[in-house]
Design a protein around this ligand. Structure first.
Ligand SMILES: [Zn+2]
Length: 156
C-alpha cells in the first residue's frame, strides 16, 4: 500500500480495466496520496488530448511526389493502348522496347529521402509519444505485466 500506483495501473483505472479488488486498492491509495492523484489527473488529461487530437494530413506536395513515384502509369499500360500495336513486325517491337526503356529511365531516378526524413522528425517532435507503459493494451510486454498483476496483484 505504501508503493505508489504504477502508470500502467492508473491507465487501466481510467480505462475501467481494473478488477474490483485492484480498483478498491487504487481508490484507497489515491485518497491518501496527492502525487498519485496528480498523476491520475495528468494521465486522464493526456488520454483526452490524445483521443481528441486531430490527425495530421499528409502534406500535399509530399503526397503528390509519392503518387508520382508509386502510382505512375506502369510501362505495361502502354501495351494496352491499341495504337502501340499498330506498327507490326520485329522492328516495331524493338522500337517499342526502346521506347519503354527510355520511358523507364526518364522516370524520377529516386525519391529524395531527406524531405521525408525531415518531415518525419518534425512530426515526431510535435507528437506526444506515450511511454510504452501508457499503451499497455498495444504492448505485449505491458500486457504480460498486467496479466501478472492480475494474478498476483494482491501481494502489493
Ligand atoms: Zn501514491
Amino acid at each position: 500500500m505504501n508503493e505508489h500506483i504504477e502508470g500502467v495501473e492508473l491507465s487501466s483505472l481510467i480505462d475501467g480495466a481494473l478488477d474490483a479488488a485492484a480498483r478498491a486498492r487504487a481508490a484507497a491509495h489515491l485518497s491518501a496520496c496527492a502525487p498519485c492523484r496528480a498523476e491520475l489527473e495528468s494521465l486522464r488529461a493526456f488520454k483526452r488530448l490524445a483521443a481528441d487530437a486531430p490527425r495530421r494530413a499528409l502534406p500535399a506536395d509530399l503526397a503528390l511526389r509519392l503518387e508520382r513515384r508509386h502510382v505512375a502509369a506502369p510501362p505495361w499500360a502502354l501495351l494496352t493502348r491499341p495504337r502501340v500495336w499498330a506498327p507490326a513486325g520485329a522492328l516495331a517491337a524493338a522500337a517499342l522496347a526502346a521506347a519503354l526503356w527510355l520511358r523507364s529511365t526518364q522516370a524520377p531516378a529516386e525519391l529524395p529521402l531527406e524531405p521525408l526524413v525531415a518531415a518525419h522528425e518534425a512530426a515526431a517532435g510535435q507528437t506526444l509519444t506515450p511511454e510504452p507503459v501508457l499503451v499497455a493494451s498495444a504492448d505485449a510486454d505491458s500486457a504480460a505485466l498486467l496479466a501478472d498483476d492480475g494474478a498476483g496483484g494482491s501481494a502489493e
